[in-house]
Design a protein around this ligand. Structure first.
Ligand code: FUB
Length: 360
């Protein structure tokens, strides 16, 4: 009886997760045995005392640092703009090795200490240069327009001090700062829907900018080289071309391949790998190119859908092995209360990435 109750509660929890995703058939509809429907995650949350998401991982001083969003129950009603992701500070996590003890370094930056910020601290990233650690973060300004800010610290775990203004000419969300092998730094950024990228054309803001219709070409992620001071763009923001094997841009209807948000860049065997979330189809996909600017040719899936609506990741090499940091909602079952995880990632002999399915 006790066993049956446990099975039932698993079924209820999983059915709730599926409903919250709004993307898969329910356990009842599938007609399958409820026990078989229980997903076994391939990895466990790295911390469970706080909710964390959007993990950008880096190795600094031989230690793994994770720069995640810090999810909270703010009580803000859910909508398609993502208002329920109403985060107010960042906590940085670190560990000696994958599988080792995880340290939460406490509050590294609070929205109330960012002079120009309004609300919603979303997915951050970090970089090291000039004997300084830089934390890059998207937050809505006081006009409710997403901009990208930068904060500095002498330590990778912070605390960080925010610059008085956002990075000039920055917009939208999800900065990823990539250091190329020649030492140059580039920022990839952008996200549609709540990330507001559809409002920006030729780097001009249009408050009425609409999402693209099905037959239109999809909105593209953006790139800009960073100046040596790491606090400004060294050039005009450019679009990053993401194309199919024939060199064609994706249309909005191809929403299992087109860019939505969460750009990440890594370099492997001299190739540039742009990975990103497809948002409403819940995949992490990747495309490869021969220059940090692209064009990038679609290759396939990195990570199949996780429990929860959002899918967001980073890919990093640690001591000769590659890892995928990602999140799901295993701890809460709620879209806006996520938990970060890590699993190994394999590049195959031909350079393709072996797709990861997060549940067995
Ligand atoms: O965490 C808030 C937003 O959800 C991120 O900026 C997106 O990438 C999505 O994960």
């Amino acid at each position: 009886m006790k066993k049956r109750l446990i099975r039932l509660s698993f079924t209820v929890v999983f059915a709730a997760l599926l409903l919250s995703c709004g993307k898969k058939e329910s356990a009842e509809q599938s007609g399958q045995d409820s026990v078989a429907a229980v997903p076994a995650p391939i990895s466990q949350p790295l911390v469970s005392h706080i909710y964390t998401a959007d993990p950008s991982a880096h190795v600094f001083n031989d230690r793994i640092y994770i720069y995640p969003s810090h999810d909270i129950e703010a009580g803000t009603p859910e909508n398609d703009n993502g208002d329920h992701f109403d985060m107010r500070d960042y906590h940085i996590l670190s560990m000696d090795s994958v599988g080792g003890a995880v340290t939460d370094h406490g509050v590294a930056l609070d929205v109330k200490d960012i002079p120009w910020a309004g609300r919603q601290l979303w997915a951050p990233d970090a970089a090291y240069a000039n004997n300084t650690y830089y934390l890059y973060f998207p937050v809505k300004d006081k006009e409710d327009i997403f901009r990208i800010g930068v904060a500095t610290s002498k330590n990778p775990e912070g605390p960080f001090t925010a610059m008085p203004n956002p990075i000039a000419n920055s917009y939208s969300i999800d900065p990823c700062v990539f250091q190329d092998t020649d030492g140059s730094f580039y920022m990839y950024f952008g996200g549609i829907w709540g990330g507001q990228l559809q409002r920006w054309n030729n780097n001009q803001y249009d408050a009425n900018g609409k999402l693209r219709s099905a037959e239109e070409t999809a909105v593209l992620p953006r790139i800009a080289k960073l100046s040596p001071d790491m606090k400004s763009f060294a050039e005009t923001v450019k679009e990053v071309k993401l194309v199919d094997a024939q060199g064609n841009l994706f249309t909005e209807s191809q929403n299992d391949k087109r860019f939505f948000e969460a750009a990440w860049m890594h370099k492997y065997n001299n190739k540039y790998y742009l990975s990103y979330s497809t948002g409403d189809t819940h995949l992490i996909c990747y495309a490869t190119g021969d220059s940090p600017y692209g064009p990038f040719t679609y290759q396939g899936i990195v990570l199949n859908p996780v429990e929860g609506w959002t899918n967001h990741h980073s890919i990093v090499e640690v001591k000769g092995k590659w890892y995928l940091f990602y999140h799901d909602v295993q701890l809460s079952g709620k879209t806006h209360l996520r938990n970060v995880k890590v699993t190994e990632l394999q590049h195959q002999a031909d350079g393709t990435i072996q797709a990861i399915t997060p549940y067995n």
